[in-house]
Design a protein around this ligand. Structure first.
Ligand code: CDP
Ligand code: MG
Length: 163
């Protein structure tokens, strides 16, 4: 079985709170391989491309506040590779709403916001991280965020044991 690739973003709240290192460490500790990474300030157009289905799934108001949030500062984008990387990373990230996200997950450990409170403030849920939801979504998102030359090929010490 070939390793999968998935897209992870440390959102502007994670960058501003100085959590880049701690979040990255969790993926490194799990043996996932960082095959590409960069810091990017996105604009509204790019945000629309990345969140192209949000208005349909979550409504126009969520799209509006999400774009405002995601363009409020730089994000750290990374492409991670590993066995069932999409599913494994989503498990480590936790549920969308930090209030309900389990302890031990990134969203559960570093945030506590509820949908209800964010909605009354007309603010996006600042939940630190984005991770591709499905293998198909991951392929599209990695392609949107990275050029081929920005994705690297090397062997980690973990792979020496796995393969
Ligand atoms: O990020 P995830 O795949 O868990 O959830 P999503 O349904 O794809 O929504 C994308 C992002 O929109 C979330 O991570 C939240 O930051 C934001 N969102 C929000 O601000 N308010 C909501 N009611 C729902 C989602
Ligand atoms: Mg999603």
């Amino acid at each position: 079985m070939n390793p999968e690739r998935t897209l992870v973003l440390i959102k502007p709240d994670g960058v501003k709170r100085g959590l880049i290192g701690r979040i990255l460490s969790r993926f490194e500790d799990a043996g996932l391989k960082i095959v590409g990474t960069k810091m990017v300030q996105i604009d509204e157009d790019f945000g629309q491309k990345h969140y192209h289905d949000i208005a349909e799934r979550r409504g126009e108001q969520v799209l509006h506040s999400l774009l405002k949030f995601m363009t409020s500062g730089p994000v750290v984008a990374m492409c991670l590779e590993g066995i069932n990387a999409v599913e494994n990373v989503r498990k480590m990230v936790g549920g969308t709403e930090p209030k309900g996200a389990l302890p031990g997950t990134i969203r559960g450990d570093f945030a506590h916001m509820s949908f209800g409170h964010a909605d009354t403030q007309k603010k996006a849920i600042e939940n630190l991280i984005h991770a591709s939801g499905t293998v198909t979504e991951a392929e599209q998102e990695v392609f949107l965020w990275f050029n081929m030359e920005e994705l690297h090929s090397y062997k980690t010490v973990h792979e020496v044991h796995v393969f």
